[in-house]
Design a protein around this ligand. Structure first.
Ligand SMILES: Cc1cc2nc3c(=O)[nH]c(=O)nc-3n(C[C@H](O)[C@H](O)[C@H](O)COP(=O)(O)OP(=O)(O)OC[C@H]3O[C@@H](n4cnc5c(N)ncnc54)[C@H](O)[C@@H]3O)c2cc1C
Ligand code: HEM
Length: 402
């Protein structure tokens, strides 16, 4: 809870901080990485830094947190904090790193805003920072304890037991802990971080959703190669995994984390994905089958064509195994010429003719424009906003509005 005097100062300075926050975070990262180059090389996603998207996520979350605190002095934006804490835990972020971020962030604020940062203003924003940091540190501590790891020590070596080319752009990898110890438990919808050493020595980290557990010791992920190397640069980690990682190789993989998980209630469900966003949905379908979920479950997926729809057969077969489930797949190219199966449509997702039961809980994963469109259609069909959950395969630029 923010103290009364700080709340007044934060409210008064929010517009100025909000207007300058992009400059502040830009300078913050410059200072942070100048002092700690190893953080950019081995912890932060340098693709996001180059594209600027991570800067917006951090800026958005601090501004959103401060706004929330002044509007609801006795509450906390739990969904936003949970999402960040899970991401941090999957990266092994430690409490001792928060003062480092604080030092460079506040140096950047002082430099950008100059004389406007009176001692009173600095103290009020300091309070905001530590309220947020301490909430994150506490959640991260809990998340480490849940996985039975010491703080930040989330990494283990896994062996690739096999690799399958699902489509020209997507490869699946089956992984098993290299030390022979049991694979950590996970909840359907969660992801792992994978850290690879690149040609220049950098050890970059990315997240991949678990698509399932073929057996108790094995976990699967499916990786789409991004960027064409011409109009957009090739993605560093996905290109590395595609070009260099095969059966018998080892990967550094984190404990599983992620807050987009099925809860145990037996509500009607709708699982909507687009492109590689199908990965968490596959694990969820596997889980629902294992639990004997009575349904109804509505599966929605959008892709360019059946040929680009990764694990397409698996997606359909898992849906078919449930007691009461239907699949609705939309393809941009003409689906009917390639397959005669029912439930296939051409064009973009349109839920007009798809029955959505009262009380449906929806889980969304795909590009933001897809999720915005589906969310709007679901709200139009009477699904409660609180029952629409989503995962973004990148920095969450929706966080600011969480
Ligand atoms: C929770 C979560 C779950 C995920 N699950 C999956 C999954 O199951 N399967 C999957 O395939 N992916 C998944 N992802 C995405 C994955 O983590 C990576 O983001 C993805 O593999 C791309 O990483 P990369 O290193 O190949 O690309 P990066 O090098 O990170 O590049 C990302 C994008 O930025 C662009 N870019 C890079 N540099 C620049 C530049 N200088 N200027 C402009 N643009 C640039 C690239 O062209 C590319 O399109 C998930 C992400 C999250 C957060
Ligand atoms: C109060 C302080 C902090 C806030 C508000 C914050 C906020 C955020 C947010 C909003 C994201 C994006 C989440 C997503 O949508 O995926 C993120 C990711 C991340 N954070 Fe933090 N963070 C804080 C402290 C730290 C610290 C101390 C570290 C460690 C040095 C850290 C390292 C990272 C990394 C590596 C990522 C992933 C982004 C990437 O790879 O580019 N953060 N953080």
């Amino acid at each position: 809870m923010l103290t009364e005097p700080s709340a007044l100062v934060v409210r008064a300075t929010l517009p100025a901080v909000g207007a300058a926050i992009e400059d502040i975070t830009g300078l913050f990262y410059e200072k942070l990485f100048a002092a700690h180059p190893e953080l950019l090389r081995d912890l932060f996603n340098r693709g996001n830094q180059a594209a600027g998207s991570q800067r917006q996520a951090l800026a958005g979350s601090i501004a959103a947190f401060a706004t929330y605190l002044v509007d609801h002095p006795d509450e906390r934006p739990d969904a936003m904090l949970r999402r960040i804490a899970h991401k941090h835990a999957s990266l092994g972020v430690r409490a001792e790193q928060y003062p480092v971020v604080h030092q460079h962030l506040f140096a950047a604020i002082a430099e950008v805003l100059g004389d406007a940062v009176t001692p009173e203003v600095a103290a009020a924003w300091d309070e905001v920072y530590w309220l947020m940091a301490n909430a994150l540190i506490a959640s991260e501590k809990r998340l480490y304890a849940e996985q039975d790891v010491t703080e930040g020590d989330v990494w283990r070596e896994w062996e690739v037991v096999d690799r399958t080319e699902e489509t020209p752009e997507v490869a699946s990898f089956r992984l098993r802990p290299a030390d022979g110890r049991p694979a950590p438990a996970f909840r359907a919808g969660q992801y792992v971080s994978v850290q690879v050493q690149l040609a220049d020595g950098a050890r970059q980290i990315r997240q991949y959703s678990l698509t399932g557990a073929p057996d108790a010791a094995t976990r699967s992920i499916a990786v789409k190669r991004v960027g064409d190397g011409a109009a957009t640069p090739e993605g560093e980690v996905s290109a590395h995994l595609h070009a260099r990682v095969h059966a018998g190789d080892r990967l550094r993989v984190s404990a599983p984390y992620g807050d987009l998980v099925l809860d145990s209630a037996e509500a009607p469900l709708l699982l909507a994905s687009a492109g590689i966003g199908c990965t968490p949905m596959l694990a969820m379908l596997e889980q629902l089958h294992a639990d004997g979920h009575p349904g109804p479950v509505t599966v929605v997926h959008a892709d360019r064509s059946p040929d680009t729809h990764a694990l397409h057969g698996h997606h359909e077969a898992l849906t078919g195994k449930l007691a009461d489930a239907s699949a609705h797949f939309w393809y941009e190219s003409d689906a009917s010429s390639e397959t005669t199966a029912s439930g296939y449509r051409t064009g973009r997702v349109d839920l007009k003719d798809v029955p959505v039961a009262a009380g449906t809980r929806a889980y969304l994963c795909g590009p933001l424009p897809f999720m915005r469109a589906v969310r709007e259609q679901l709200l139009g069909k009477g699904v409660a906003a609180a029952d629409i959950h989503y995962e973004v395969f990148g920095p969450d630029l929706w966080l600011a509005r969480a």
